[in-house]
Design a protein around this ligand. Structure first.
Ligand code: FAD
Length: 568
C-alpha cells in the first residue's frame, strides 16, 4: 500500500489511519499531509499509567516530534518485584520508587504529567476523561478531558477476588507500595496484639496465624519473606509467643508455583514443609470472614473447613479494571478479560490506540491459527503423521516465530503438543509422530480466547514498552517510506516488525537466602548461588542509580542490623 494524497480544497489535511489489512496488518494511509505541515505539527500522545510498560515506553521514546501527556494516579514508578521485600522491611518502600518526573526530566521529548486517573476512554472522538485524585486542585474542577492523536493504555490490572465473599473486606493485597507498607504494619501489630496481657492462648494462636491465599510466585515469595522475618528477627523480640506463630499457604491447584519447572515446584514444597510453612494444596478458599477462612478441600470430595486466622493476604491473580471493561464493551471486546491487540500492540477495533502490559493481550486466535497452519504445511501428504525430524523442524519454526511458545505449551489445553514434543525429544528410536491434525486444530482453537497469551509480568510489560517506543521513534521515517523496508515489500508485511517477547527467565525466592531460577533452555538452578544471581539482576534492573544505591544499602543494612520491627 502506498500513502495516497487526497486534495482537500487548497491544502492537505493529515489523518493517519492505522488499519489492519489482511492478516499481515499493514498500516494504511487514508489521507495524507503537506510535508511542511507534517514537520511542524506535533502529534499528541497520551500515555495512561506510570508502571512497567509506560515507564519503559517513556524512557525509550526519543523522537521530539511528539507532545506526550502522561496520566496516572501515581506520580512514581514502583519496582514491583521487590514489593514482597517491603512487606517485611528487608527493603524500604522509598528505595523501590522513582518519581516519574525524574525519569523524563532530561528527555528531548516534551512530556507533561497529570496526577489523575482515567475513568473513560472515548475512542471514537479520541478523548480520555480523567479525574484528579487530589482535592481542590483545578479550581475545584476534579474532572478534565484530554484529546489525543495516539493513546497508549498501560494501566495494569486489578486484584482478582473471583467474587469470593469477604475477600475485599478482610484480606490484604500485594499490588501497590501502600499494600506492602500496610502488610508490614499489620504483621507487627499482630505480634503486639498477641503479646498483650489477658489474651487467651487460643486467641494468641489465631492472631499469629498468617494465611496466604495463592501459591503463585507472589504468594510463595511473600510466605518465604514472612517466614524469614518471623524467624530471623521477630522471634528474638517476642520470645514468649514465638512457638505460636503459624504460616499457611493455601492453593487450589495440586501444586504451588505451577508455572515453574517441576523440579522447582517439588523443591519449594519440600523446603516450605521443612521450614514449617503449612502448604495446603487442593484447598480452594470460598469465603473469608473477619476471623475465619472457609475452604473447600478439592481432594477430599469437596469437604468444607474453617481456619481461624489473624492476617490474610490474597494473591490469586489479576482482573480487569472497571473502566477498561467499559472501554472493551465500547469496542466489541466485552467477552474478553484483557484488551486484545494485534502483534503490533494496536487495539483491535479502534484506530491509533495501543495497549500493553497487564491490561492487554495479543490476540491468541491468530496465533493458534498460524501454528495450526504450520503443522498442516509440514504434513505434505495429508497423512496425519510427521517424522520425528519433521516434527522437530515444525517446533523449531514455531519457536522462532513465537519465542514464547514454551510458556504457551504450559497451558493445559496445549498439553497434547507438549507431550508430543517431549516424545520427539526423548525417544531417538521413534521414527514418526502420530499427529491428528484435526484434533490438534480443535485443541488449538479451543484454547480459551480469554486467556492472556503472554504472562502478566514486568518482563513482558517493559519489553512491550521498549518495542512501542522504537516504533514511535521511527514512525515519521516510516511515513515517508510507507511500504517499509525493501525486504518486506510484496509480502503483505507491516512496516514494523511485530512484537516478539524474549523470555529471559524467572525467579522464585524461597527464603533462607535460597532462590529458584528458571532460565531459557530449561536451565534450572536452585540455592544460594541463585540468590546472588537474584540480587545482581534486581539491583541492575533498578530504574535509576539512586534506587540502585538505596536497594543495595537496604540489603547491606539488613545483613548487618536485621530488619526493623517498629510499626510505623
Ligand atoms: P503496572 O506496573 O501495574 O502499572 C499500571 C499503572 O497504571 C500504574 O502506574 C497505575 O497507577 C496506573 N493506573 C491504574 N489505573 C489507572 C487509571 N485509571 N488511569 C491512569 N493510570 C492508571 N513481574 C516480573 O516480571 N517479575 C517479578 O518478579 C514480579 N514480581 C511481582 C511481585 C508483585 C508483588 C507484583 C504485584 C507483581 C510482580 N510482577 C513481577 C508483575 C509485574 O509487576 C506486572 O506484570 C507489571 O507491573 C505490569 O506492568 P504494567 O505497566 O502493565 O502495569
Amino acid at each position: 500500500l502506498s500513502g495516497a494524497f487526497r486534495e482537500n480544497q487548497s491544502h492537505f489535511k493529515l489523518v493517519l489511519l492505522c488499519t489492519a489489512v489482511s492478516g499481515g496488518g499493514l498500516l494504511a494511509y487514508g489521507e495524507s499531509v503537506a510535508p511542511e505541515e507534517a514537520i511542524t505539527e506535533k502529534k499528541k500522545v497520551v500515555v495512561l499509567g506510570t508502571g512497567w510498560a509506560s515507564t519503559s515506553f517513556l524512557k525509550n521514546l526519543n523522537n521530539p516530534k511528539y507532545d506526550v501527556q502522561v496520566v496516572s494516579p501515581r506520580n512514581y514508578f514502583a519496582f514491583t518485584p521487590l514489593l514482597p521485600s517491603v512487606t517485611c522491611g528487608t527493603v524500604e518502600a522509598r528505595s523501590i520508587v522513582e518519581p516519574i518526573r525524574n525519569i523524563f526530566k532530561k528527555k528531548k521529548v516534551d512530556v507533561q504529567f497529570s496526577e489523575a486517573e482515567c475513568f473513560k476512554i472515548d475512542a471514537e472522538n479520541r478523548k480520555v476523561y480523567c479525574r484528579s485524585s487530589l482535592n481542590n486542585n483545578l479550581n475545584g474542577q476534579e474532572e478534565f478531558v484530554v484529546d489525543y492523536d495516539y493513546l497508549i493504555i498501560a494501566v495494569g490490572a486489578n486484584v482478582n477476588t473471583f467474587n469470593t465473599p469477604g475477600v475485599m473486606e478482610n484480606c490484604h493485597f500485594l499490588k501497590e507500595v501502600e499494600d506492602a507498607q500496610k502488610i508490614r504494619r499489620t504483621v507487627i501489630d499482630c505480634f503486639e496484639r498477641a503479646n498483650l496481657p489477658d489474651v487467651s492462648e487460643d486467641e494468641k494462636k489465631r492472631i499469629l496465624h498468617f494465611a496466604i491465599v495463592g501459591g503463585g510466585p507472589t504468594g510463595v515469595e511473600f510466605a518465604a519473606s514472612l517466614h524469614d522475618f518471623v524467624n530471623e528477627d521477630l522471634v528474638r523480640l517476642y520470645p514468649g509467643i514465638k512457638d505460636l506463630v503459624k504460616i499457611t499457604l493455601l492453593e487450589a491447584a495440586d501444586h504451588i508455583l505451577g508455572m515453574f519447572d517441576k523440579r522447582i515446584t517439588v523443591f519449594a514444597e519440600d523446603k516450605f514443609r521443612r521450614d514449617g510453612i503449612d502448604v495446603k494444596t487442593g484447598s480452594m478458599v470460598v469465603k473469608v470472614s473477619e476471623k475465619e477462612i472457609s475452604t473447600k478441600e478439592l481432594k477430599n470430595g469437596g469437604e468444607t473447613k474453617t481456619i481461624p486466622y489473624g492476617m490474610a493476604v490474597w494473591s490469586t491473580g489479576i482482573g480487569t479494571r472497571p473502566f477498561i471493561k467499559d472501554f472493551m464493551t465500547q469496542i466489541g471486546q466485552a467477552s474478553r478479560r484483557a484488551v486484545a491487540t494485534d502483534e503490533w500492540l494496536r487495539v483491535e477495533g479502534c484506530n491509533n490506540v495501543y495497549a500493553l502490559g497487564d491490561c492487554a493481550t495479543i490476540n491468541q486466535r491468530k496465533v493458534t491459527e498460524d501454528i495450526a497452519a504450520i503443522f498442516k504445511k509440514a504434513d505434505k501428504n495429508n497423512s496425519g503423521t510427521l517424522t520425528v525430524k519433521e516434527f522437530q523442524e515444525v517446533m523449531k519454526d514455531i519457536s522462532e516465530r513465537y519465542p514464547q511458545v514454551e510458556l504457551y505449551l504450559k497451558n493445559k489445553q496445549m498439553r497434547n503438543i507438549a507431550d508430543l514434543l517431549k516424545e520427539a525429544k526423548g525417544d531417538d528410536k521413534k521414527e514418526s509422530i502420530e499427529l491428528n491434525i484435526e484434533e490438534l486444530k480443535t485443541a488449538l482453537s479451543n484454547v480459551d480466547s480469554q486467556m492472556k497469551f503472554l504472562p502478566a509480568t514486568a518482563q513482558v510489560a517493559s519489553q512491550q514498552g521498549t518495542y512501542l517506543a522504537t516504533c514511535f521513534n521511527r514512525m515519521e521515517e516510516c511515513e515517508k517510506n510507507p511500504e517499509g523496508p525493501l525486504r518486506f515489500r510484496g509480502e503483505g508485511r507491516h512496516r514494523f516488525k511485530p512484537f516478539r517477547y524474549k523470555h529471559l527467565g524467572q525467579f522464585a525466592p524461597l527464603g533462607g537466602e535460597q532462590t529458584a531460577a528458571q532460565l531459557p533452555g530449561d536451565w534450572v538452578s536452585i540455592g544460594h548461588s541463585s540468590q546472588w544471581l537474584w540480587y545482581s539482576v534486581y539491583a541492575s534492573k533498578q530504574v535509576s542509580w539512586r534506587t540502585k544505591a538505596l536497594v543495595v544499602s537496604d540489603w547491606t543494612r539488613r545483613f548487618i542490623f536485621g530488619r526493623d520491627s517498629s510499626s510505623i
